[in-house]
Design a protein around this ligand. Structure first.
Ligand SMILES: O=C(O)CCC(=O)C(=O)O
Length: 284
């Protein structure tokens, strides 16, 4: 496996702004195959069993309606060998992960983010580790669009340098799809640091620090925006977490890619007696 090093510009951007972009992580051809895998499962009559419980509505229950309805397939990548072997344990992702994390690599979360043409909904402003609530501030995210992500179809927005802030307590509004940063504090951060629109081509990747404040708007355009995401970590970080994540899987052990499928779960290093606290209701 080749050694991957960030360019000086990528390194500086990650340190100063909390993210960087790597181009051509997967080919257009592979991206087309992966889009097919994802759309195929969305068309199943039981697509809702794979998707997160935050469907967009109102959509009828036709195959095309199902494609238009779902926002996220959480944990689906460990059910699709084509995705798992090419993305989460694919050479470029693991090379990048190895640079940050060393020779033992764990995929803590995996998901496919779906922003269908016309119906694609917003993802609220959040920090990933504000959702995890496990004390982890060292993992990082990778997100690879399988079709161009543009301002028109709801590309992600980052507040540069927001990764240097603490983890904010996330809250729930009556219309929240998941925990989010209190809405009143977001404009102040934007005022201070601005917003970067993360426009990417098919097969590019954006890598960000898990403290980063990020968001994506709805997709009113004609063009769908599907992406595959992963959170990568290692055993040292994981053993310090406050809870065990049952979906976490091994991707590399001692520098050797884990080729097992289904992927191997990590050991239960942490006892999870502490109850998982719900997000508090928003006060503003
Ligand atoms: O795909 C999106 O728009 C949101 C992705 C995201 O928030 C994440 O991966 O944490």
């Amino acid at each position: 496996m080749q050694d991957w090093q960030p360019t000086p510009a990528q390194k500086a951007q990650y340190e100063n702004q909390g993210y960087f972009i790597e181009h051509n992580v997967i080919s257009e051809d592979l991206a087309a195959q992966l889009r097919g895998v994802i759309r195929n499962v969305l068309m199943l009559p039981n697509a809702g069993e794979f998707a997160d419980y935050d469907p967009m509505d109102p959509m009828n229950d036709s195959p095309q309606g199902r494609i238009a309805r779902f926002r996220k397939l959480a944990n689906f990548c460990v059910e699709s060998p084509l995705i798992w072997h090419n993305i989460h344990t694919g050479p470029t992702v693991l090379n990048i992960a190895r640079h940050f994390l060393g020779d033992d690599i764990i995929v803590k979360f995996n998901s496919c983010f779906l922003k269908p043409a016309h119906t694609g909904a917003a993802t609220p402003w959040h920090q990933d580790n504000g959702l995890w609530r496990d004390g982890d501030t060292e993992s990082f995210n990778i997100w690879i669009p399988l079709e161009p992500a543009t301002r028109e179809n709801g590309c992600m927005q980052f507040i540069p340098s927001s990764h240097k802030t603490k983890v904010v307590e996330h809250v729930l509004y009556s219309d929240s799809i998941h925990g989010e940063i209190p809405r009143k504090v977001v404009p102040e951060m934007i005022e201070k640091h601005g917003v970067h629109h993360i426009e990417l081509d098919t097969g590019d990747a954006v890598i960000w620090h898990s403290n980063m404040w990020h968001y994506s708007p709805p997709n009113p355009s004609e063009k769908s925006r599907i992406a595959i995401a992963g959170v990568l970590t290692n055993p040292e970080i994981t053993k310090k977490n406050k809870r065990h994540f049952p979906n976490a899987k091994w991707a590399m052990k001692n520098g050797v890619v884990c080729t097992q499928f289904p992927p191997e779960p990590i050991p239960k290093w942490i006892e999870t007696n502490a109850p998982f606290q719900p997000f508090p209701p928003a006060k503003d």
